[in-house]
Design a protein around this ligand. Structure first.
Ligand code: DGY
Length: 435
């Protein structure tokens, strides 16, 4: 397919998945508005309709709770094709939402929209969104950073966005599934079971939803009492980058006190991040807050340190060695799990497949960090996958086969914003990068 055809196809997908101000990731499998999906989608829309890009984020924030919490799903319209729907979450919020959050990509998306668009026209949009973004980041700092080190804790694997990553296997053992009862999964009626999380994974997901609901979605209590509390390397790196981007926006708006607050958040995380470095593995790994144990495995999230602007010569070298080693074992970078792991499964969701959005974060991060050859290799691999297989949810790193949902919004968005190549160097420089 030519670049023009791919551009057209990606635009068609976003337009077809637009439900009027918000975009569903895929109409069958995910029929609502998802938090981090919308952040990526906004950047895709901005490639051909800047106003629609801003609207995606504004609609997402219409689901924000008063205390700043930004849910991972906003259920604008009910749909029986998805489980668990709004009645299961029972958050009592209007509009109905889930009770957990997702990686905070939105501030970085807003910075990208701001920097590529007509600034005079969109300044009022930025002024309205800035306090909402800040409120969300403050909520994360208050409720999800118990160590006070800028390290983000997740209380549900879904909060990581990397639902069944092996990073959660150990910590999930503490989740009691004995009272989950019966429920009907809908994902496996749309997609083959072999591409999705297992029954045990789902029992644990449902048990944690029931746990939050039983606590009336009191996030302070959930953050202290949940049987699943893990410092997620992915969310932490994305948050650090998002704080840098929000800082840049605070400076644009001349919000001095807020800029100072964000500078402190960035500095805290730059110091705190070492807690996630696993010297034995030679990579940043998620770490169980309850037991202190490291996940002990290289995942695609380990490479997000470049995107976060975390710089350390020795660690960067070791990460690049991993990338090189992994690149020799797979046809397409970056598999979600190190292929030497015994838990690697090339088609099962976050236990092997390549995801275009993570490739965007890793690839643009590597380029911004001065490793353009690697950034370019990952961008080229992403382009090849989309061109050969279509705009799928995820891809087999060994064969390139498209897996999961087809015509996937964030994959189309990543094509338009980054993988097509024209924008490849536009990933804005990470301001205030670390040591
Ligand atoms: C799902 O339902 O698979 C989602 O990832 C949860 O957000």
């Amino acid at each position: 397919m030519t670049q023009d055809k791919l551009d057209r196809r990606a635009r068609e997908i976003l337009i077809a998945n637009d439900r009027g101000g918000y975009t569903v990731p895929n109409g069958r499998v995910y029929p609502f508005q998802w938090n981090w999906d919308s952040a990526f989608v906004s950047m895709g829309f901005a490639a051909f309709d800047a106003a629609r890009g801003w609207r995606e984020i504004e609609t997402l924030f219409a689901g924000q709770w008063e205390d700043g919490f930004l849910p991972h799903i906003v259920f604008w319209k009910d749909d029986a094709g998805y489980f668990p729907g709004p009645a299961v979450w029972a958050t009592g919020h209007t509009p109905p939402t889930s009770g957990i959050t997702q990686p905070p990509v939105a501030a970085s998306a807003v910075r990208a929209l701001w920097e590529r668009g007509d600034q005079a026209r969109f300044r009022p949009h930025l002024e309205r969104l800035f306090p909402k973004l800040l409120a969300w980041h403050r909520w994360i700092a208050r409720v999800r950073d118990p160590l006070g080190q800028g390290l983000a804790v997740i209380v549900h694997p879904w909060e990581s966005g990397r639902d069944n990553s092996p990073e959660w296997d150990g910590p999930s053992e503490l989740i009691d599934t004995s009272r989950v009862g019966s429920y009907e999964r809908r994902d496996t009626s749309h997609l083959d079971q072999s591409m999705r999380p297992t029954k045990l994974d789902y029992d644990r997901y449902v048990a944690l939803v029931q746990f939050g609901r039983a606590l009336g979605w009191n996030h302070e209590r959930i953050g202290q009492e949940s049987p699943f509390r893990v410092v997620d390397v992915g969310t932490t790196m994305i948050l650090l980058r998002a704080n840098r981007d929000l800082l840049a926006l605070a400076e644009v708006l001349q919000c001095r006190a807020e800029a100072e607050e964000l500078r402190r958040s960035v500095a805290r995380a730059e110091n705190g991040i070492s807690w996630l470095w696993n010297e034995r593995v030679g990579a940043y790994c998620s770490r169980d807050l309850i037991t202190g144990e490291s996940a002990d495995v290289v995942t695609s999230a380990s490479f997000l340190s470049f995107y976060a602007g975390v710089r350390n010569e020795d660690r960067d070298r070791r990460l690049l060695e991993h990338l090189e080693r992994i690149g020799r074992r797979v046809k397409y970078l970056v598999p979600s799990l190190d292929p030497v792991s015994t838990r690697f499964d090339s088609i099962r969701y976050w236990r092997g497949p390549v995801w275009a959005v993570i490739n965007y974060l890793i690839g643009s991060g590597l380029t911004a960090a001065g490793h353009a050859q690697w950034g370019e290799r990952i961008r080229a691999d992403t382009g090849k996958l989309l061109e050969q297989a279509g705009m799928y949810e995820y891809f087999c790193p060994l064969t390139g086969r498209g897996i999961g949902g087809d015509d996937f919004s964030w994959t189309a968005a990543v094509w338009l914003h980054w993988a097509r190549g024209v924008e490849r160097d536009s990933a804005h420089a990470v301001s205030g990068a670390g040591p």
